[in-house]
Design a binder for this molecule. Structure first.
Ligand code: 13P
Length: 351
């Protein structure tokens, strides 16, 4: 056995022992994109929406969140005051979330609403607390890929326009599903600290999209979808809506990570499914359903930030909790209150 395997097994045994010792004090939540070595220890696995709901309802005093920073921060916003949320690796970030600086968003929203327009900001959950706080102060809400349609419908009714951020792909894919025409959608030019905005074009559109994207899903192309179909015309192709509109339209279906799991679960025996999302989830589904369906990645694309949560980091996090030296995710109340309101609004609208 290699040293790497020995270390991994020692970490796994230590995690099991710590969990036994900590008992009901700790609950482990994990996102579907986590590596199997982490998933094996999780009490609950879910997509962003399911994890937000779970975080708002668990009894344990310590929530160890195996995912990336914005997810743990959202859990911390929804947790009770006597609960602590821990991220085993605080540097596990999200490239897309980093594409929206809060100050720039506030400036742009102020410019776009200076005419008196009631523009509702709708933030994908892949944003940091300070951005959610700006969204909250401007009367907006959060959405996830699982409820983007419902939330966009809500936001379009609430105001006379919506600013969807940061994912231009999820924004455009959702708008198309709701039947918005291309002329209803405007991609914002956020350069020059917001001074490059085309205000006339923005005023005419009902949906304004921030120009962010997910680096992992941006690797999927319509050519890959066409090549997969050419290789096996009977295959079914399912992708995450963070893929470009060209990819989402060329595929058979697009939906959240839980949607993709259900798509595989309900496929007929013998089906061949090609999946365009993060590689850890695709590999897990491939192993789980190996006796029933054939699964291929559209392209093997992994999230290096999700991968920062390792068994060694998880073990360390649990050790710190046991010793009472852990530093939980902090949510200073000034931003926490308006940011929490955006998450609560989502949970209410989608109750
Ligand atoms: P889900 O909401 O589908 O779990 O996706 C979260 C995410 O960040 C995908 O990149």
């Amino acid at each position: 056995m290699s040293t790497q395997h020995e270390t991994r097994d020692a970490d796994a045994r230590a995690i099991d022992a710590l969990r036994k010792e900590l008992g009901d004090e700790v609950v482990l939540l994990g996102h579907h994109y986590q590596h199997q070595d982490i998933v094996d220890h999780c009490d609950f696995l879910g997509d962003s929406l399911e994890l937000s709901r779970k975080a708002a309802n668990v009894a344990a005093r310590h929530i160890v969140f195996c995912g990336v920073y914005f997810m743990a921060e959202s859990a911390a916003l929804l947790a009770r005051a006597d609960q602590a949320v821990h991220l085993p690796e605080p540097d596990a970030d999200c490239v897309m979330a980093l594409m929206t600086p809060a100050v720039l968003l506030d400036h742009i929203l102020t410019r776009l609403t200076s005419t008196g327009r009631r523009l509702i900001p709708l933030a994908y959950v892949n944003t940091f607390m300070d951005v959610k706080a700006v969204v909250g102060r401007h009367g907006g809400a959060v959405c996830t890929s699982a409820n983007a349609e419902q939330m966009l419908r809500w936001a379009l009714k609430e105001g006379d326009g919506v600013l969807f951020l940061p994912d231009k792909n999820l924004g455009q894919n959702t708008a198309r599903t709701l039947g918005l025409a291309d002329t209803d959608i405007h991609l914002l030019d956020i350069r020059k600290r917001g001074e490059a905005l085309d205000l006339a074009a923005a005023n005419k559109a009902s949906l304004l999209c921030w120009p962010g994207l997910c680096a992992i899903h941006a690797r999927f192309t319509a050519d890959q979808v066409n090549a997969a179909r050419a290789a096996d015309p009977s295959c079914r192709i399912v992708v995450h809506p963070e893929c470009s509109p060209e990819v989402a339209q060329a595929a058979d279906a697009a939906g959240s990570t839980s949607f993709i799991i259900d798509f595989v679960r309900s496929a007929p025996a013998g089906a061949h499914i090609v999946i365009g999302t993060e590689g850890n989830l695709v590999r897990r589904l491939e192993r789980q359903y190996a006796d029933r369906v054939k699964i291929d990645p559209l392209l093997f694309s992994t999230c290096s930030h999700m991968a920062k949560v390792t068994p060694a980091k998880l073990r360390n996090s649990l050790e710190q909790i046991r010793k009472g030296t852990a530093a939980p995710v902090s949510v200073p109340e000034l931003d926490a209150a308006p940011a929490r309101a955006t998450l609560e609004r989502m949970l209410e609208v989608c109750a």
